[in-house]
Design a protein around this ligand. Structure first.
Ligand code: TGC
Ligand code: FAD
Length: 392
């Protein structure tokens, strides 16, 4: 069985900037990942199966809606706590973090922020315990980076709506109980609807054949004249800013999460380089390998400071979407680079499932694309600093 020897690396003592509560959360989630996730995740990834049995434990460690107020079943925690949870989960696997990101930022967040009081009470406590699992439907077959072009739409039939269209690349879709779906009303305005499994005409076919996020279930959301009760419309937001606000929260969590994957790869490579003997010496004694390792920890350290500062701004409600884009883009790209370099340090062993690096590397190929691609986030920064929109 896989032996998880992970050690955390904190070169600039960022841990000292955390509170006792943050440290406790970190230890709790780290222990959960070490006990429940890393021993089984490789097998599930190889089989392309989502480990559903982890949902209860994820809920128990507070991974579902950590910053949602306690009265709705959340933990009422701050944004740095949320980031820490995402980092520890992604240290185990990006797919596990994905499930928690979607549930927290893309399902609970919009219901809490844009939902009616009845919707909050009906869904949030069950989402917090994992009794209900949610999905978020924004991307469509012909509209990914440009969600404003979506064609999914609904009609007002007097006492209910009728929804038609489809969403693709949707995390958690194959097993979700509810989906927060973004579609246009008859005037072309984007609105959010809560669609429940069991509604006639709603199906969630699974997407097979992924080489990335294999331990995460991805699928489509298909709406064929689905009758949606009027009380399932999110009343308090109109327009694309609704789904994009949710993405701010999820992208922030990913900026922390990707660092977890990077740390796992770096830690594995550092240990391996110390133990692997070639030419009569540990490969860590060769300058080329030291360069790789030294550059990795430098980039990881900068990224740790970046997310800590971003979390502080977020706690003060001062983090803007462009700052979040910069952190998501930077940290995912560095994690991918760390994974690639770490894999090389392990030589042939780097491609096997005996070590977590190749799995992280393949997972990160999705993370660099979803929640806004690497290029889209660069253009968001470009727009922010020049005032010129390069999207159109
Ligand atoms: P644009 O005209 O710029 O904006 C439309 C309205 O939205 C507002 N807005 C935002 N509001 C909140 N947060 C943000 N980040 C916002 N960005 C824009 C904007 O102010 C405007 O408001 P209003 O009141 O004037 O109407 O929109 P655009 O159509 O030009 O698009 C801009 C662009 C390209 C940046 C945006 O559409 C974008 O971010 N595209 C990337 C799409 C994306 O990230 N999709 C992610 C899908 S979900 C997912 O991947 C989940 S993976 C989960 C997992 O498994 O972990
Ligand atoms: P496209 O938009 O077609 O982009 C293709 C390429 O063109 C990219 O490199 C992009 O950067 C580039 N490009 C596009 N526009 C421009 C431009 N203006 N300038 C320069 N370059 C440009 N979506 C959801 O709604 N919910 C989910 O739960 C979800 N989960 C996902 C899980 C996985 C495993 C994956 C892979 C995706 C998921 N997505 C989800 C979808 C994801 O958000 C989209 O894949 C992503 O937004 C990119 O859209 P696209 O794949 O259609 O690529």
């Amino acid at each position: 069985m896989y032996q998880d020897r992970f050690q955390y690396h904190d070169y600039y003592l960022v841990e000292e900037l955390l509170t006792d509560e943050h440290r406790l959360i970190r230890e709790t989630v780290r222990a959960f990942v070490k006990k429940e996730v890393t021993p089984i995740i490789e097998d599930f990834a190889q089989r392309a199966e989502f480990p559903r049995h982890l949902l209860k434990g994820l809920a128990e460690v507070g991974a579902f809606g950590p910053y949602i107020p306690v009265e709705y079943g959340g933990q009422g925690l701050d944004q740095i706590s949320y980031g820490i949870i995402m980092q520890e989960l992604e240290r185990g696997d990006s797919g596990i973090r994905s499930t928690a990101s979607v549930q927290s930022s893309l399902v609970m967040y919009p219901i809490y922020t844009f939902g009616s009081e009845e919707q909050r009470q009906k869904y949030l406590p069950k989402l917090a315990t994992g009794e209900f699992m949610g999905a978020f439907g924004l991307t469509e077959p012909s509209h990914g980076s440009d969600p404003g072009g979506m064609v999914s739409h609904f009609k007002d039939m007097g006492d209910h709506y009728v929804l038609n269209g489809s969403k693709m690349w949707i995390s958690n879709a194959p097993f979700c109980d509810i989906a927060v779906v973004w579609a246009k009303d008859e005037t072309g305005v984007v609105r959010g609807l809560i669609v429940e499994r069991g509604m006639e005409g709603f199906s969630t076919p699974e997407t097979h054949g992924k080489w990335s996020l294999r331990a995460s279930a991805t699928g489509e959301l298909v709406f064929d004249n689905v009758r949606v009760p009027k009380e399932n419309l999110l009343p308090n937001v109109k327009g694309l800013k609704g789904p994009l606000s949710c993405l701010n929260s999820a992208r922030y969590g990913i900026a922390w999460g990707a660092l977890g994957a990077a740390l796992d790869c770096y830690d594995t490579a550092l240990r391996y380089a110390g133990e692997r003997i070639q030419f009569g010496k540990p490969i860590a004694s060769f300058q080329l390998q030291q360069k790789k390792l030294a550059e990795m920890i430098t980039e990881i350290t900068k990224a740790q400071l970046l997310v800590w500062r971003l979390g502080t701004l977020k706690n003060e409600n001062r983090a803007n979407p462009a700052q979040i884009s910069m952190a998501k883009r930077n940290n995912v790209a560095l994690a991918l680079e760390v994974a690639r370099e770490s894999r090389q340090i392990l030589g042939g062993m780097g491609i096997t499932g005996e070590y977590p690096i190749m799995r992280h590397m393949m997972n990160l190929e999705s993370v660099v694309t979803y929640e806004g691609t690497h290029d889209i986030h660069l253009l968001i920064t470009g727009l922010d600093i020049t005032g010129i929109n390069a999207f159109v």
